[in-house]
Design a protein around this ligand. Structure first.
Ligand SMILES: Cc1cc2nc3c(=O)[nH]c(=O)nc-3n(C[C@H](O)[C@H](O)[C@H](O)COP(=O)(O)O)c2cc1C
Length: 417
C-alpha cells in the first residue's frame, strides 16, 4: 500500500505504534490471531500472522499501560506447561493485562508444522478441555498469598502454598507447580474464537470473551445466545461471557474515497474474486469488464446463494448500481462485515447490533493498521462516546477489570465435574 513501509511485516516498532493508537482510543484489548502457518499467496501478500504473538505482546506490554493483550495459543499443538508459563509471565509483565485465546487450531498446513495431522473434532475438543483445566490449575498452583519476599527474615515464599497439581487426563498431564506468583488480575483471562457447537460448549465453560464471525444481525444474535447458553449450562452467569463479532473498517471521508482505498489495497485480486462472486449471486460475471455495472437482466436473475451467508448483502450492494469493481471493493467477500465509508456508518452498525443484543462489543479489524487504527480512533470512537455507547477512559488497569470479568485464581470450581 502506498505510504506504508513494505517491511513493516517484521517491524515490532510498527506493532507498538499501532497498539499505542488503539490504547489512545481506549480499546479494551488487542486480539492477535495465530495459525501458526503461512496461509497466503506469499508471492503477493505478507502472512496474516505476527512473527510470534507472545514476543509481539511482550514488546507492546512494555510500551503501553492499559490496553489488554490477548494472544492465540493452540490447545492442540502446545503443552499446558509451556502455555501456562508464557501467558502468566506476560500477565506479570503487563501488570494483569494478558488473555489467552484458547483455540483447537484447524488446517493440515498448521498440523504439518508439528509433524502431525489434524485430529478429529472430538479429540481436538477433548484435549482443549483438559488443556484449559490444566493451564488454570498451573496458574493457581502458586498460592495467592504464597509470595512473602521478606528481606528481613529471608523468607522468599511459603513453600507449603506452592504445590504440585499432579493432574493428568487422556491427552495431557503436568505435575507442576508453576513457579510464578499471581498478577494484578490474578491470572490471565480465557478467550475463545469460533462458532461451532463445540466452541459454544468450551467457551461456555471457561471463556470470558468469545470472538466470532457473523455476517448478519440474526446470526450474531444466535451466536451470542449460544455462547450465553453454554455458560449457563456450565453453571455460570451468562453475563460472564461477552460476544464480540468482527467488523472490518475502511474509514474515509466518503464512500468513493473508501472504495478507492480498498481498490488500491486489494484490487489486484478482483479478477479472481469475480469467479466467487458469480457463485454467490448465481449469474455469470465477466472479470474483463470490472468497470461496468452488473446489467439489469443479470440483477433480475440473481439469487443469493444459500451456501454463503454474505450473498444477500452482496446482492443488495450490486443492486445499488455500482460497477463490478466497486461491488468487490465493498468487501462483500471479506471475513467479516465491512464498513467502507464515513465513520458514522461504522458507529451506526455497531449501535444497531449492540442494541439488538447481537454483540457486547466488536473485534475491529482496520484495513491497514498503519493508519486505519487512527482513522477509527479519531472518527468512530468520538461518535460512540457522544452517544454514550463507549467509555471515555479506562476504568481499570487490568483486562479482567476492562471486561467486568469476575475474579478467578486457579480453576473455576463451578465448572469442575
Ligand atoms: C473470528 C475467529 C477467529 C479465529 N481465530 C483463530 C486463530 O487465530 N487461530 C486458530 O487456530 N483458530 C482460530 N479460530 C477458530 C478456528 O477457525 C476454528 O477451528 C474453526 O472455527 C473451526 O471450528 P470447529 O473446530 O469448532 O469446527 C477463529 C475463529 C473465529 C470465528
Amino acid at each position: 500500500m502506498p505510504g506504508v513501509d513494505p517491511k513493516s511485516y517484521v517491524s515490532f516498532d510498527a506493532k507498538v505504534r499501532q497498539a499505542k493508537a488503539a490504547e489512545r482510543g481506549k480499546f479494551q484489548f488487542l486480539f492477535l490471531p495465530d495459525g501458526p502457518s503461512q496461509m497466503v499467496d506469499i508471492d503477493n501478500e505478507a502472512p496474516n500472522f505476527n512473527l510470534d504473538v507472545m514476543l509481539t505482546l511482550a514488546a507492546i506490554a512494555r510500551e503501553t499501560s492499559r490496553i489488554g493483550l490477548i494472544a492465540t495459543g493452540s490447545t492442540t499443538f502446545s503443552e499446558p506447561y509451556n502455555l501456562a508459563r508464557q501467558f502468566k509471565a506476560l500477565d506479570i509483565m503487563s501488570h494483569g493485562r494478558a488473555g489467552w485465546n484458547a483455540v483447537t487450531s484447524s488446517g493440515e498446513d498448521v498440523a504439518a508444522n508439528y509433524g502431525q495431522r489434524i485430529p478429529s473434532s472430538a479429540d481436538r475438543y477433548g484435549r482443549a478441555d483438559e488443556m484449559v483445566r490444566l493451564v488454570q490449575a498451573l496458574w493457581g498452583s502458586w498460592g495467592q498469598d504464597a509470595w512473602v519476599h521478606d528481606q528481613a527474615t529471608g523468607q522468599f515464599a511459603k513453600g507449603d502454598d506452592v504445590v504440585p497439581i499432579n493432574l493428568g487426563g487422556k491427552y495431557v498431564a503436568s505435575r507442576g507447580p508453576l513457579y510464578i506468583p499471581p498478577s494484578e488480575q490474578g491470572q490471565p483471562v480465557v478467550v475463545h474464537a469460533g462458532g461451532s457447537p463445540n466452541a459454544h460448549a468450551l467457551a461456555g465453560r471457561y471463556a470470558s470473551v468469545a470472538i466470532g464471525a457473523s455476517f448478519t444481525i440474526e446470526d450474531a444474535r444466535a451466536q451470542r445466545a449460544a455462547f450465553r447458553a453454554g455458560a449457563e449450562r456450565a453453571g455460570r452467569d451468562p453475563d460472564e461471557i461477552k460476544y464480540f463479532p468482527g467488523l472490518m473498517t475502511t474509514i474515509a471521508k466518503d464512500r468513493r474515497t473508501a472504495l478507492d482505498r480498498r481498490i488500491a489495497m486489494t484490487g489486484r485480486t478482483f479478477p479472481q474474486r469475480t469467479a466467487y462472486l458469480q457463485q454467490m449471486l448465481g449469474v455469470r460475471l465477466d472479470p474483463a469488464r470490472l468497470d461496468d455495472p452488473i446489467s439489469p437482466d443479470q440483477l433480475a436473475a440473481a439469487r443469493p446463494s444459500p451456501h454463503d451467508p454474505r450473498s444477500a448483502h452482496a446482492l443488495k450492494i450490486a443492486r445499488q448500481g455500482w460497477s463490478l469493481r466497486d461491488v468487490l471493493a465493498h468487501g462483500v467477500i471479506d471475513y467479516h462485515p465491512v464498513i467502507a465509508g464515513p465513520a458514522v456508518e461504522a458507529a451506526d452498525h455497531m449501535q444497531e447490533w449492540f442494541e439488538a443484543e447481537a454483540a457486547d462489543g466488536f473485534w475491529i479489524s482496520p484495513d491497514i493498521y498503519e493508519d486505519g487504527v487512527d482513522a477509527f480512533v479519531d472518527g468512530v470512537v468520538p461518535i460512540l462516546q457522544e452517544r454514550g455507547l463507549f467509555h471515555t477512559d479506562y476504568e481499570s488497569a487490568t483486562l479482567r477489570g476492562h471486561l467486568g470479568a469476575p475474579a478467578q485464581y486457579g480453576p473455576d470450581p463451578r465448572v469442575m465435574d
